[in-house]
Design a protein around this ligand. Structure first.
Ligand SMILES: NC(=O)c1ccc[n+]([C@@H]2O[C@H](COP(=O)([O-])OP(=O)(O)OC[C@H]3O[C@@H](n4cnc5c(N)ncnc54)[C@H](OP(=O)(O)O)[C@@H]3O)[C@@H](O)[C@H]2O)c1
Length: 262
């Protein structure tokens, strides 16, 4: 039985791969950067003696989930745990950002994890065991001006995952949504919102990817349905829920706006 982790070539996916391997899980690691996946596979095999398979695939495609699911079935690799972690964010004023990038974002953050969840939920339900983990974000609890599509994609993923968790109750299949706050990974560079983050205002909130990985893994193991890593972030969420949504979407604007956006 394998643990399938998407987006394992860097950041949180890489950290989770290390934790799962440390607990003796055999892994299937998927992302586009093959060299990085191979380096990680070598490290994990040497350190933990687990079996690690590597697939370089672009998951921002309409048929990516069905193709991956079929490939893994043909290889005879049964998936006991699925971690839908791959994702990215686009940053900028919606009237000026590139539609093609947002389409990729929706495919990667929404379409592929939905399809993979569904395809593996079926198998896991029939088997009476399994675990599906979807990487949402604290962005799921808010509207995010200048990252409108990203925040909305994570709100979708959180809602979808919570609903799936209730449907799966009693089936032997566990379902978890993970909602980290800002973590220092390759994410900021890809979203090109370094200016907003490093330019100041929320830099102090950034967690290292090692700490985030540790807290996320502990939350997953503790069996929580929604994991918000870090006590400070769980407290922030309580505060956030006290503020009316109409006010919150305005309050967040200065935090989201970088040097590039006037
Ligand atoms: N960092 C944060 O502040 C933060 C906060 C909350 C939630 N999250 C979520 O955490 C998840 C992981 O992000 P991260 O912070 O670890 O960022 P990251 O370091 O940029 O990692 C993203 C991973 O997704 C993979 N990926 C990107 N596009 C892909 C594609 N088209 N096909 C297949 N794989 C693809 C990347 O690998 P390749 O480039 O090799 O394909 C990489 O392994 C994302 O879902 C993100 O939304 C991040």
């Amino acid at each position: 039985m394998y643990t399938l982790i998407t987006g394992a070539s860097s950041g949180l996916g890489l950290e989770l791969a290390r934790h799962y391997a440390g607990d003796g899980h055999d892994l299937v690691l998927v992302a586009r950067r093959r060299e990085r996946l191979l380096t990680l596979a070598e490290e994990l095999q040497a350190r933990h003696g687990v079996n690690v398979q590597v697939l370089d695939r672009d998951l921002a495609r309409l048929d990516a989930a069905e193709t991956l699911h079929r490939e893994l079935a043909e290889a005879g690799w049964q998936i006991g745990t699925l971690v839908n972690n791959a994702g990215f964010g686009t940053y900028g004023r919606l009237s000026e950002t590139t539609l093609a990038e947002e389409e990729q974002e929706l495919l990667l953050n929404v379409v592929t994890p939905t399809k993979l969840s569904k395809l593996y939920l079926r198998e896991m339900t029939a088997r009476g065991s399994g675990h599906i983990i979807n990487m949402a974000s604290m962005a799921a609890f808010l509207a995010g001006p200048y990252m409108a599509v990203y925040f909305a994609s994570k709100a979708y993923l959180l809602s979808f995952t919570e609903a799936m968790a209730e449907e799966a109750r009693g089936s032997g299949v566990r379902v978890t949504a993970v909602c980290p706050n800002v973590v220092a990974t390759g994410f900021q560079e890809r979203a090109r919102n370094e200016a907003a983050l490093v330019g100041g205002r929320i830099r102090q909130l950034m967690m290292t990817q090692e700490r985030a990985g540790r807290l996320i893994y502990a939350g997953i193991r503790a069996g929580r349905t929604v994991v918000v890593p870090g006590t400070e972030n769980r407290l922030a969420l309580v505060g956030l829920r006290l503020v009316p949504r109409a006010l919150m979407r305005r309050l967040i604007v200065p935090f989201q706006r970088g040097r590039d956006i006037r």
